[in-house]
Design a binder for this molecule. Structure first.
Ligand code: ADP
Ligand code: MG
Length: 696
């Protein structure tokens, strides 16, 4: 952004503005505002339409209103009675209304009779009276500033203690009036015209002090577009680098893959064939592959990954398969060993659970190139593992991996091909955000014969019937999972809940059956032994903590009983359900939950009962948790949004993506002088993560 030099530049510290000073500057800094430019982009939380104040008489219970009145009476709660609200009786031309605030006894020091307030909040009827519940309010002062705070669309900012709404609004007004016009346009004219976007200076002005709601919406759209554009530009830069970079061409004759296929008891689905062809082409090309393989639980991603691994090995390279949990790494290890060893391809396991001597031995073998395929957890990337010739990295269950971890693994080989797999179907908006630097393949077909899992929600009263049902299923030759959530903070307590349950089931409920217990504290050999016994049907009922959440594959299991279902997240429940329905039998998922689950828990359970569609589930999950949670902290490598909303603004994200691709296709490192402002903005937002040389 343009730096004027001298005290009027956008980079000027707010402290030097009239009426700020060090004390207020410190408060502003708490909000992340140190320069004039920061403040310009500090958009309001919302706007209140104070041209249309609702008369008290027209207040509707259940609705949110903005209104104004003079305080005619105050009733603070009696000392020590914290459950009584602080109330104010107000009058306007049309009548009376009450405003009440809980836990706000400090208000007696703030508001006084005779003051005029503007209030904004939700209205309820309480004992026949109209009450504004915990409204936002502002004292209308005759400070000659009325045109700013009343009779217009008034911005409401996020405040902080010691920094109240009116002085903050006054300050923002001064800043917007004084400096918005100094902000230079960053978008090329052509882009702005194509996308129908207002100039940046106009957008900033109207985002704060719009004349109309329409102007405010247009301003918001422009600012959100810019945020998305910078995100997508960054991803496009990363992507254009990998597609241009020299990679390894893995293009063997395909004998190992042919051998694998000859040994499979089934034929690949059409979707698997298609996806494998996409991957094969990528691997054969002399550029690094960067591909995301999306497929709902049970769609058969593992076998596709095995094709890729064998291709790398036949070409003379090593392959690494990474999983988010120990148990999943162990399971993959067993699967890959089964698939690969008959073809004389060596597979080894590397997890942090191994004794350090053994780990060291395996690492040496990897570095010497004696091992063709290694399966492991994050430990694989985090502990300085050396490969002799890493040609392919497969990352399973990507939603648990961050951008940074991916990058670190990439750095292990020359430029190995990357295949990233996810069973959490990600809504397209999010896929564009998270994986905008990847190509995407989708397994949109389940292996034949699968039937949707029947899902029911039950409460404790139905436990006897549930047990009877489990017994019936076992009698028919099926097997059962019983899963416990992480309930307490302490692993020991959770373990005890699961252990007690396993003992109770074994002794009291199913004394004639074999009940197994699986949890995260067991060593590999113990877990392996239990999984083997479960696979071999020696164990009929497997009680487990959430360690089996992802990836476990025992097609004969037909019932997933989830205890305390209200405590699980939506995608977790979907993953758990995905453990059954893998064979030709009818399968069941029973969600045993508390009698009165919270609203959100209820919605999660209801969604799972309603649909088996992973995409639909991911969308509801995103809606319930919001993008921050959904991404997880590991994804924090991406620039943050101040204005844009991934859910609401999805179409805009697509527009920004297509614009970013056009820009980068023409000017991959943004060297064109017309893109200078874009380049600087990009550098600032990605803070060095792109490695673009900075200008000047
Ligand atoms: P996910 O995509 O959830 O990782 P898996 O790779 O674990 O799924 O596959 C689920 C199950 O489906 C496994 O038992 C696997 O052997 C089986 N499977 C995979 N592909 C096919 C196919 N084309 N036909 C029949 N069964 C298949
Ligand atoms: Mg899997």
């Amino acid at each position: 952004m343009r730096q004027k030099g001298g005290p009027s530049g956008l980079a000027t510290s707010l402290q030097y503005l009239k009426g700020v000073g060090p004390q207020r500057a410190a408060l502003l800094a708490k909000k992340g505002l140190t320069t004039i430019e920061d403040a310009l982009f500090f958009v309001p939380l919302r706007h209140e339409d104070r041209t249309r104040l609702t008369p008290f008489q027209k207040l509707q219970p259940g609705q949110t209103h903005t209104c104004s009145g003079v305080i005619v009476g105050l009733s603070p709660p009696p000392p020590g009675r914290s459950r009584v609200p602080f109330s104010a009786m107000l009058r306007d031309e049309s009548g009376y209304a009450t405003a009440s605030w809980f836990g706000a006894s400090y208000l007696s020091r703030v508001v006084k009779r005779g003051q005029r307030l503007v209030l904004h909040g939700k209205v309820a009827r309480f004992k026949g009276a109209i009450v504004l519940q915990h409204p936002d309010f502002e004292i209308v002062e005759s400070d000659g500033d009325d045109r700013l705070h009343t009779g217009r669309l008034v911005p409401v900012y996020s405040t902080t203690e010691g920094l109240t709404q009116r002085p903050l609004r006054r300050l923002m007004w001064n800043i917007v009036e004084g400096f918005a016009g100094d902000v230079s346009e960053i978008l090329p004219e052509a882009v702005r015209r194509r996308r129908g976007l207002v100039p940046l200076a106009t957008a900033l002005r109207d985002a704060h002090f719009p004349e109309t709601e329409a102007a405010q919406a247009v301003a918001r759209r422009r600012l959100a577009f810019d945020e998305f554009l910078f995100l997508q530009l960054g991803l496009a830069v990363l992507r254009s680098r990998t597609t241009r970079a020299q990679g390894i061409a893995l293009n063997p004759r395909g004998q190992l893959v042919a051998g694998l296929r000859a040994a499979l008891p089934y034929a690949l689905t059409g979707a698997q064939e298609r996806v494998w062809e996409e991957i094969r082409k990528d691997m054969a090309a002399p550029f690094p592959m960067h591909r995301l393989l999306q497929g709902d639980v049970g769609s058969g991603k593992t076998i596709v990954a095995a094709h890729a691994v064998l291709t790398a090995v036949e070409a003379g390279y090593q392959a690494a398969v990474m999983a988010p949990t120990e148990i999943l790494a162990e399971q993959h290890f067993m699967t890959f060993r089964q698939l690969l060893e008959p073809l004389a391809v060596s597979v080894t396991l590397l997890t942090s659970a191994l004794p350090s001597r053994e780990r060291a031995r395996r690492r040496t073998a990897l570095a010497a190139g004696e091992i063709a395929c290694v399966v492991g957890t994050h430990a694989l990337v985090q502990e300085g593992v050396e490969f002799r010739r890493l040609g392919l990295a497969v990352v399973d269950e990507q939603h648990r991996f961050g951008v940074a971890q991916r990058a670190r693994l990439k750095a292990k080989g020359e430029r190995p091909d990357m295949l990233v797999m996810t069973a959490t179907p990600i809504p397209r908006t999010l896929a564009l955000t998270l994986y905008g630097d990847l190509d995407v393949s989708v397994l949109d077909e389940l292996p034949p014969g699968r039937r949707p899992v029947k899902t029911v929600a039950r409460t404790e009263t139905k436990r006897p019937e549930i047990y009877a049902f489990l017994r019936e299923q076992v009698r028919e030759g099926r097997q059962v999972y019983v899963v416990y959530p992480l309930v307490e903070e302490s692993e020991a307590v959770d373990l005890k809940a699961a252990t007690d349950m396993a003992r109770h089931l074994a002794r009291d409920v199913f004394p004639d059956l074999t009940v197994g217990l699986l949890h995260g504290r067991l060593g590999f050999d113990e877990k392996d032994a239990i999984m083997r016994r479960f696979k071999a049907r020696e164990i009929q009922i497997l009680v487990s903590t959430t360690v089996i959440e992802v990836g476990i594959d025992v097609p004969n299991a037909s019932v997933m009983l989830v205890e305390h279902a209200e405590r699980f997240g939506l995608s977790q429940l979907h993953q758990l359900r995905g453990r059954v329905g893998r064979g030709p039998w009818k399968s069941y998922c029973i969600l045993l939950h508390a009698a009165n689950p919270s609203g959100e828990a209820h919605r999660r359970i209801e969604t799972l009962v309603e649909t088996n569609d992973g995409f639909r589930i991911a969308e509801v999950d995103l809606e319930l948790r919001g993008p921050g949670e959904f991404f997880g902290t590991r994804q924090s490598g991406l620039p943050a949004f101040r204005v844009a909303d991934l859910l609401r603004d999805a179409p805009l994200l697509e527009e920004a993506r297509s614009e970013a691709q056009t820009i980068i296709a023409a000017d991959s490192e943004l060297r064109d002088p017309a893109h200078r402002a874009l380049r600087e903005g990009l550098l600032a937002r990605w803070r060095g993560k792109l490695g673009l040389a900075s200008v000047g």
